[in-house]
Design a protein around this ligand. Structure first.
Ligand code: DP6
Length: 361
């Protein structure tokens, strides 16, 4: 199956060039937690693509005079060269070289910036890796002009996955599924696909406010966390539960069932963290303020009948999800009652978005 992503002949023809993509972050509703080699998910996941949280990456490339040794690239973040990002990108390049044979033929400058503050604790690997993948696909497209639009995006997602699993859901909008599922046509472990089944209008413009609870470096990386699912006592049960939750969310989307959406999304978030807490060694990524916010959300919902709910990623930050028609009231509540639990009172308003955009031709 992976074979189809190996180009037949792809000698780089262009001497030099430059390409820019803006790629979104995403927030999983049914979580990916646990993987097999090479970057294959243990269960299906589904996410909202975001709109305001994104990465913009310009890839400048020029033919190398003599191609000796390993890849030749440099990484610039917010105008400053970053040596410490290089190992992660080097691993990414190693994984994708079979599919991107021109990788060693060029010198690359990867110039990148995020719309959200650096060290905000918002994962930049999803949007960051999908941006590089799309830039590389733009180079491939120049060589292979017969590549269809569908094949272009599918391979971009395939490559992004090899950089960071959740990055394969950061190519298209507005809802993306990754991981084979018997009831989702076209779903694959190799790449994310746009969710094509019925989605009620309420979910088309869902809001997501990200509360920045803790901006520090995480104590346990996602990659280490995923690995701890090997031999985890509850792993098999969890993977089955996720498959079942995909069935449930299909019905929820089709039937506009916001109450069931809340129940499912919050349960997924807490299950993810329960997996962390029951790993060996165990760990906790939530902070006291994460729990404060969760309790405030529950109290607010009880008092007002609001449809506000929360989800979590692999960290202390809280994503608050709510329908567009509650935007004004919920954002008042966040500003007045929840901002105090955030570092420097900072939060980011976002909403469901449409996927990556090329900014230069
Ligand atoms: C909790 O995609 O960051 O956000 O594949 O090792 O790069 P790697 O992990 P990553 O894991 C994300 C996990 C999650 C849930 C999710 O996004 O589905």
């Amino acid at each position: 199956m992976e074979q189809k992503f190996i180009p037949k002949s792809l000698a780089a023809s262009k001497e030099s060039g430059k390409v820019t993509w803006q790629t979104p972050s995403n927030i999983a509703l049914v979580k990916y937690w646990g993987k097999k080699n090479p970057q294959l998910p243990e269960n299906t996941s589904i996410s909202f693509t975001l709109s305001n949280c994104h990465t913009t990456t310009t890839l400048t490339y020029g033919k190398r005079k003599d191609v000796k040794g390993t890849y030749d690239f440099k990484v610039i973040l917010d105008g400053k060269e970053q040596e410490d990002f290089k190992p992660k990108i080097e691993t990414f390049f190693k994984r994708i070289e079979r599919y991107v044979p021109f990788l060693r033929e060029y010198t690359f400058i990867i110039d990148t910036k995020n719309s959200f503050p650096h060290s905000s604790g918002i994962a930049s690997s999803a949007s960051g890796m999908s941006a590089i993948a799309l830039c590389l696909m733009s180079i491939e497209k120049e060589i292979n002009i017969n590549l269809t639009e569908e094949a272009f995006y599918q391979k971009a997602s395939f490559l992004a996955r090899l950089g960071s699993g959740s990055a394969c859901r950061s190519v298209k909008g507005d809802i993306v599924v990754w991981g084979e599922h018997e009831n989702i046509e076209g779903s694959s472990d190799l790449y994310g696909i746009p969710y094509k089944d019925g989605v009620a209008s309420v979910f088309k413009n869902y809001q997501d406010t990200i509360l920045l609870i803790d901006k520090g470096e995480k104590q346990v990386s996602s990659t280490v966390g995923h690995n701890l699912m090997h031999g985890h006592p509850f792993a098999e049960q969890r993977f089955l539960q996720a498959q079942e939750n995909i069935n449930k969310i299909k019905d929820i989307f089709a039937n506009s069932d916001v109450d069931q959406f809340i129940a499912l999304v919050e349960s997924e978030a807490l299950t993810l963290h329960a997996m962390m807490m029951t790993s060996n060694p165990y760990f906790i990524l939530m902070k006291p303020n994460t729990l404060e916010v969760i309790n405030q959300v529950w109290a607010y919902r009880k008092k007002t009948g609001s449809k506000l709910c929360f989800t979590l990623d692999a960290g202390a930050n809280v994503h608050l999800l709510y329908p567009e028609n509650e935007k004004e009231t919920v954002q008042e509540f966040i500003k007045n009652k929840l901002a105090i639990y955030c570092k420097d009172k900072s939060f980011i308003h976002d909403c469901v978005g449409n996927g990556a955009k090329q900014l230069t031709i």
